[in-house]
Design a protein. Sequence first.
Length: 356
Amino acid sequence: MKAFLILEDGTVFEGKHIGSDKDMISEIVFNTSMTGYLEVLTDPSYAGQAVVMTYPLIGNYGVTPDMESKKAWPDGYIVRELSRMPSNFRCEKTLQEFLKEQDIPGIADVDTRALTQVLREKGTMNGMITANENYNLEEILPKLKTYQVGDVVSKATCSEKYVLPGSGKKVALLDLGAKNNIANSLNKRGCEVTVYPAHTTAEEIISAHPDGIMLSNGPGDPADCISIIEEIKKLYQTNIPVFAICLGHQLMALALGASTYKLKYGHRGGNHPVKDLKTGRVYISSQNHGYVVDDKSMDSNIAVPAFVNVNDKTNEGLEYKGKNIFTVQFHPEACPGPQDSGYLFDRFMNMMKGAE
């Protein structure tokens, strides 16, 4: 069955329908990872977006247990070629079966690199996937222009508190749309990880006397998380060590008076170089974000830049003065992806030990 991807500038790509049988309107973003399509699909940071995979063959090892959450999050999925006959000893089903099961519509046989060029030149746009050959552009384009991602953190967070047992340090993880591997990275270092829903009060977290606090990744515009930012201000006022990733990094900066802005087309993929400003060393990182912190808006008496993106010089991390707090924009828990910056979890462990 034919399908069409319609962008808000009127550009139309024709392909073949895959996944769920429904129309979809969402923000269209691209990911340059060469592997890990399942982790991309199950990353809560993609809530409210449809993902274009730039690597041409997707689904060749099928669906395996490598899930970053219990379900898939994107509104839609756009690929060049969808493998119908996966080959892997861990394969449980085809990607097509998974998309249908998760109710995600998609489109294949699209020139995803040409599509990516459009998004790079014109910036991230909203779009529609439809199988209706009689679509009416005049009716569709106004709907695309008014689409808003909205409050997706509330959708992506856990519904109630839960604990991953451990015999070591106690870590409170604020789930803003967390990938499983953040909690797992702490748990395998012996930590007892208590995962809290995004709208948990600072008082509840502090009263549990954690050795450290982790602020997770998550979807959407950080500036929309007004109530969460207020609670993070209270966490900052304590002396509890804090490590924040991606959205958590942005929210901590907003809580301390900095501002964020939307990138033209974001950073999404497994090969983004970031430079440690203390050592000059460059790490290859996995990233998935459309917003960044404007480090020039941050009071240098509060925090200073710790990492910078080598490609476009945007901020990739902050170190807070007089506090056991450091935050990064990239994903040190990347799975799959480069493990270069996994040492940051060890740094967090050492911070918690020093807080004894």
